[in-house]
Design a protein around this ligand. Structure first.
Ligand SMILES: Cc1cc2nc3c(=O)[nH]c(=O)nc-3n(C[C@H](O)[C@H](O)[C@H](O)COP(=O)(O)OP(=O)(O)OC[C@H]3O[C@@H](n4cnc5c(N)ncnc54)[C@H](O)[C@@H]3O)c2cc1C
Length: 441
């Protein structure tokens, strides 16, 4: 038996451990060379399975990594993701103002492959057959699974927009980091102090509750610093602030006073891309040079098109799940994590990472035929740059409530920082590096 197979097959069992200890005692370490094992995973946890994970974002990548890390060599993990590079949405607002570049927010899957032995296929999943337990990729290849994990993030509803194609193409959401982020950055940078930037916020639930307010703040700060002024209008379809009410109220009325105007209950009726006009149902008509319209969200198309989102709590737009395992309430052996799932937790990257770990641990227990953790805990934190040097934050811990079968906030619920400080800004940089390393490294 090859040295690496020896370790991978036996290293995690009591039997394997005793052989390893004997070998070490006999001074055979040079022959066993632990570093020679390519994968830093448990030898054999007792779990055996073939898991396909769809979507290499915050949820899916964490899932693939921890399934291998905790599940060990008996768990084959294939990650299906069409793009070779993932651009982080988190911090992408700072690309708009030139404090980050998109390439600084680029992550890939090489560590997942080299360190954890995840098989990566750069294709999209186009079809799910839950009866045959298979998925079909855009390459035509079919993959069988014992359990399937879906983490395709979000997609958007159609906008009521008219205009020439050129002008319609300028109305971007930039709510998935990538080409639209660059387009919005260029439009913002071409603004003058006399121009108006309009950002619209869709009805909840949407990805990253504080994100649009954060964007309004950093754009206002940028306009003030580099153009000597400007206007930022926030058209919020919701009845009030969806996150950090104290910090954002202060940011809008004090820090960015005279620049930001916040308009609640602003449900969009129509948009004219040619005239830069947004008409709302009851909050009035607004005109701007740059229209950053974030459409109403729904789960990734794969969920809505495969029927996994149908007939459950998310009103057909989101996937209902059992939050002990994240298994779909509609289709067995299919789990849904991250923004696509319908839970009481926010749609955010930090919690997507936490959900993935709960789901990975549950799947490993199910593969072993052992009981799952009946009391999972998750947490979410969001840091928000308010200016180029200051940030605020929110934090919440959820625990499972057996009576309602949901994750409920612990303690006093969502906590927000006491204002925006430079110390928070430093903490934000550390938090981001830790979260991204925990996900991709
Ligand atoms: C401006 C902004 C700021 C944010 N700031 C924060 C923050 O401070 N803190 C925080 O916690 N969160 C933040 N978020 C939210 C966070 O980015 C998302 O909630 C998180 O990325 C969700 O993870 P996910 O894995 O569900 O989706 P994603 O990360 O979007 O990943 C989905 C992946 O699935 C792939 N995919 C889709 N369809 C298929 C298919 N058919 N086959 C295969 N693959 C497919 C996609 O290519 C993509 O890579 C922010 C978001 C934005 C837009």
């Amino acid at each position: 038996m090859k040295r690496r197979n020896f370790l991978r097959n036996f290293g995690g069992t009591a039997f394997g451990l005793s052989i390893l200890q004997t070998a070490l005692a006999k001074g055979m370490t040079e022959n066993l060379d632990l570093l020679d094992d390519p994968y830093q995973v448990l030898g054999n946890s007792g779990a055996v399975g073939n898991i396909v994970v769809v979507g290499g974002g915050m949820a899916g990548t964490t899932m693939a990594k921890f399934l291998r890390l905790w599940g060990g060599t008996g768990v084959k993990v294939t990650l299906v993701e069409p793009n070779a590079t993932y651009y982080s949405n988190i911090f992408s607002n700072m690309v708009l103002t030139g404090e980050r570049t998109l390439s600084q927010l680029a992550y890939n899957y090489s560590t997942l492959q080299s360190k954890y032995g995840v098989i990566v296929k750069n294709y999209a999943v186009t079809y799910i057959d839950p009866t045959a337990k298979s998925v079909t990729l855009s390459s035509g290849e079919k993959l069988m699974y014992s359990r399937l994990v879906l983490a395709p993030g979000i997609d958007f509803e159609q906008l009521p927009i008219t205009g020439t194609k050129t002008n319609i193409d300028k109305v971007v959401h930039a709510w998935k980091a990538g080409v639209q982020t660059t387009s919005l950055k260029n439009q913002i940078q071409s603004m003058t102090r006399k121009d108006t930037f309009i950002i619209t916020i869709p009805p909840k639930p949407y990805r990253c509750p504080p994100g649009p307010y954060e964007r309004a703040c950093v754009v206002a700060d940028y306009l003030k610093r580099t153009k000597g002024g400007g206007k930022v209008i926030i058209l919020d379809a919701n009845s009030g602030l969806q996150a950090e009410p104290e910090n954002f109220t202060k940011a809008f009325t004090q820090t960015h006073k005279g620049i930001i105007t916040y308009v609640p209950n602003a449900v969009i009726s129509s948009i004219s891309a040619d005239t830069g006009t947004i008409i709302t149902a009851s909050a009035g008509t607004f005109k701007g040079k740059v229209l950053n319209v974030i459409p109403t969200h729904k789960a990734g198309n794969l969920i809505t098109q495969s029927g996994i989102g149908l007939n459950n709590a998310g009103g057909g737009k989101w996937a209902g799940v059992n939050v002990l395992t994240y298994e779909s309430t509609v289709i067995p052996f299919v789990h849904v994590i991250g923004d696509s799932s319908s839970t009481t937790q926010p749609k955010a990257g930090h919690i997507a990472n936490a959900e993935a770990k709960v789901c990975a641990a549950a799947i490993i227990q199910l593969l072993k035929g052992e009981p799952i953790n009946p009391t999972p805990v998750t947490n979410s934190s969001c840091f928000t740059p308010i200016t180029k040097t200051t940030a605020s934050w929110l934090s919440v811990v959820f625990k499972y409530d057996a009576t309602t079968g949901t994750m409920v906030p612990t303690g006093s619920g969502v906590t927000e920082s006491a204002g925006a400080t430079s110390e928070n800004y430093e903490d934000m940089l550390k938090w981001f590096n830790n979260l991204m390393s925990d996900t991709f490294k």
